[in-house]
Design a protein around this ligand. Structure first.
Ligand code: 5GP
Ligand code: ZN
Length: 113
């Protein structure tokens, strides 16, 4: 498992920083965002350090389809019937933590985007 010592989310994967984990398997970890921007705000990450969507290659296809298929399952586990998924890519995309993560936002009807 590649772990970047100065990466916040790698530290969460390693258990060095606590997080409210709601789901994990061999490849993925899902936990509550520390500063929720909706009633429910989760982050779903690959355990392996991948910077963002720009860092993907076709060899990650299986991981990415697994992640995408898990998003609605994790949301449903938290009682969400509808939700918003966001992933910010790069500084200009508003990314602040450079370990790829998918936000799941929900809990009550979100305003249109
Ligand atoms: P980004 O702007 O990179 O898409 O989102 C980073 C997210 O990580 C933000 O929503 C922020 O609140 C969250 N975050 C930052 N530090 C921590 C932390 O230490 N623990 C958790 N659980 N979330 C964090
Ligand atoms: Zn990382």
């Amino acid at each position: 498992m590649s772990s970047h010592t100065d990466c916040l989310f790698c530290k969460i994967v390693a258990g060095e920083i606590p997080a409210k984990v709601v789901y994990q398997d061999e490849q993925l970890l899902a936990f509550h965002d520390i500063a929720p921007k909706a009633e429910t705000h989760l982050l779903v990450i690959p355990k392996r350090h991948i910077e963002n969507l720009n860092d993907l290659s076709h060899s990650d296809a299986e991981l990415m389809s697994h992640l995408m298929l898990k998003l609605p399952e994790i949301a449903a586990q938290q009682g969400l019937t509808g939700f918003r998924t966001i992933t910010n890519t790069g500084v200009e995309g508003g990314q602040e933590v450079f370990h790829m993560h998918f936000h799941i936002l929900g809990g009550k009807r979100l305003p249109g985007f």
